[in-house]
Write a protein that binds this ligand. Sequence first.
Ligand code: ATP
Ligand code: MG
Length: 424
Amino acid sequence: MASIRIPRGTQDILPGEIEKWQLIEEKARELCEKFQYNEIRTPIFEHTELFLRSVGDTTDIVQKEMYTFEDRGERSLTLRPEGTAAVVRSFVENKMFGHAGQPVKLYYMGPMFRYERPQAGRYRQFVQFGVEAIGSNDPAIDAEVIALAMTLYKEMGLKKLKLIINSLGDKESRTAHREALINHFKPRIGEFCTDCQNRLTKNPMRILDCKQDRDHELMKSAPSIIDYLNGDSKKYFEKVQQYLTDLDIAFEVDPNLVRGLDYYNHTAFEIMSEAEGFGAITTLCGGGRYNGLTEEIGGPEAPGIGFALSIERFIAALEAEQIKLPIKEKIDCYLVSLGEEAKDYTVGLLQKLRLAGYSAERDYLDRKIKAQFKAADRANAKYVAILGEDELKVNKINLKSMETGEQTEVQLDTFVEKFTELNK
Ligand code: ATP
Ligand code: MG
């Protein structure tokens, strides 16, 4: 029979690789605690309607990337392609706007699904870590959200980072810009892809984000949103920049940065890797402000801002910068035994060590003593405890430090206490 293979665009993360994921996840959780973001877990699938309304029907995600299916009750459901929509749905549904603790600051971590053409850095199932701060219109929180993402990358060792920011302005600014865009592209829209032709009236700003027509000459000469920001929007954007400067976070303003999702306004940002050989896809993290999204989902007005980054591209960036993560590979103690009775005895001893807080292992393949030592070596054991039949009879066990080679004979019934003393 032919063997069954993994679906296209997905990956198994095996031991040896998973440790990197765990380190990044731990660091992310640790920073969220410091920045005071709480974890939220929402379902892997949602009503399709949620994404149509929030992500927007002119986006790549909605137009061609969603895993949508009908369940047995004939409901249209979609595997979540991103995290913001569900967090905002939950915010509205659970009336978090009514809590005293505003803004509500949340983070999520988990798999997202997009039907994409698989390539380096682009999977059909990938893991995103993201945060959302809902309920504040203070530009300081925009800076905080950006700072959280930058801090995470930096604390994992990344150096070759570039932060680009832009403002998409408020409704008034966007309406003015929208008109200018339509006037700019309309006369020659026939030269653009059909997606862009559809975007012209629905959401012309999305033309600027087109991957197919990015080199068209009209792209470079397109009216810049920066020139259409009204007084309030300009002031808001200046504040965000001032705070970033106060935080010593270097950035570049890129008036062409328009994020993929429909619901963004004011601050938009991306963090890219500038590491050599990182490949064509350099965006590690994207985020922005989405005032108005809560209303789109049927809730009261509540301004929000967030970002999302994928662990896959995070790890790719670490590899591109050749950063070795401090992965704990050693185990505390490997139990080597000789003879039937000693072997039996190690079953209980192993458990005692583990309950005392140590990582410990023994042989399960009836290996000869030499092979047991080899296994201890392979496991990178700090100590090897050797129990022979003669030792067992006199209540002794031999403890060898693999770092110094030093051997000590220890009383067997107080072995764990002795081991603890030695490891202080
Ligand atoms: P791109 O322009 O690369 O398609 P996007 O705008 O679709 O990105 P977002 O929806 O903003 O991406 O998602 C935020 C982050 O999630 C991206 O910056 C990237 O790090 C990551 N990401 C997005 N799609 C994928 C994918 N298919 N595989 C792995 N990571 C992804
Ligand atoms: Mg995409």
